[in-house]
Design a protein around this ligand. Structure first.
Ligand SMILES: [Zn+2]
Ligand SMILES: [Zn+2]
Length: 345
């Protein structure tokens, strides 16, 4: 019985809410939806920290009428529907049978309020809010990351009476940097050096995000291999919340080779470079067939061509497949079929 009674009470409460325009039971003050803005920021702003001033247009409660929409300050809530915009009629159809009919409130035309024309607030014209431009100062702290949220509590602006303004949220987005990419607190970059520099040493400058110039030097005698990595400790991004702690800066060194050398350059290099050279000149002969042979019967000079191995292997995937016998019981037809397929390709 107790359970049944409780149920009845709760539906009575629902009915009361509906009739009084409450629209449901409230738990604490209601808050409007947040407004989210994306904010593109540079890597330098996240390295050094920055304050961005942003002018945003938002709704604000009308100060002239204090959000009532009326000159007199009287509530404009429709007395017929209590502001719900809905009228509920209950009809008794028979013993224990009730029909509930909802219709748009005719007194306020469903808006939930009635403001006489002569009592309308001249500032907001009865809308209860005005549109204002406000400048927000968004503070980007050193070390903040892509996707990080900066929340301004209750700054989203007016939505409707009785609802607290929601939060204004800025989501940081990373503008691409022309030199650095970021991995957590670390910075990565690629630096192209020449073969001469790879063999004989180099000096280059890196423009750090705070304006310093980092001078990187490798002394002559130290050979840099292509696609090797160097690290400068503590020259990465600051750690958010601990800005004196910094990540590392990693440099990927790629080596640019000369496209051409003269024969005399090669002669000089052979004398200079410490590693021996395996080059054996082709035997000179007018007879083409003869020139392909080294003089020893089991050796043959061959030619090579430049390839992009990935593209090459893709193209070679089906090589030789047409020669596989997939039907041993009927060789003749099987091979014929394969040959036709091959032709179509
Ligand atoms: Zn009404
Ligand atoms: Zn007003």
């Amino acid at each position: 019985m107790g359970g049944g009674g409780g149920h009845a009470a709760s539906s009575m409460a629902d009915l009361f809410d509906m009739m009084s325009g409450g629209g449901g039971r409230r738990r604490g003050p209601e808050k409007g939806e947040p407004i989210v803005h994306k904010l593109k920021t540079s890597l330098a702003e996240k390295y050094n920290g920055a304050t961005r001033k942003l002018a945003l247009t938002r709704k604000a409660q009308c100060k002239t009428c204090n959000g009532t929409g009326t000159k007199s300050g009287r509530s404009s809530t429709c007395k017929v529907c209590n502001g719900s915009g809905v009228q509920v009629h209950i009809r008794q159809l028979g013993p224990g049978m009730i029909q509930q009919v909802q219709s748009k409130c005719s007194a306020c035309d469903g808006t939930g309020e009635v403001i006489p024309a002569d009592d309308r607030c001249p500032k907001c014209n009865g809308k209860k809010y005005v549109t204002e431009k406000k400048i927000f100062e968004v503070v980007i702290e050193p070390g903040m990351k892509h996707g990080e949220k900066i929340v301004m509590k209750g700054e989203a602006g007016y939505t409707q009476p009785g609802i607290a303004p929601g939060d204004l949220i800025f989501v940081l987005e990373q503008k691409e940097h022309e030199v650095f990419s970021r991995k957590g607190a670390d910075l990565l970059m690629t630096k192209k050096i020449t073969l001469t520099e790879a063999l004989c040493g180099y000096t280059f400058e890196i423009d750090q995000l705070d304006g310093r110039k980092l001078v990187v030097t490798s002394k002559p005698g130290k050979v840099t291999k292509p696609d090797s990595w160097k690290c400068i400790n503590d020259e990465g991004m600051p750690v958010h919340g601990a800005p004196f702690q910094k990540g590392n800066l990693y440099i990927n060194l790629t080596v640019e080779f000369p496209t051409k050398l003269t024969e005399s350059d090669c002669d000089k290099l052979r004398q200079i470079l410490p590693q021996k050279c395996s080059y054996v000149p082709l035997p000179e002969s007018d007879d083409e067939d003869q020139s392909m042979h080294t003089g020893e019967d089991d050796k043959e000079h061959v030619t090579t061509r430049d390839v992009n191995i990935e593209a090459e292997l893709r193209n070679r995937k089906d090589f030789g497949k047409s020669h596989n016998y997939n039907d041993s019981s009927d060789d003749e037809d099987g091979r014929g079929g394969q040959r036709v397929q091959c032709h179509q390709q």
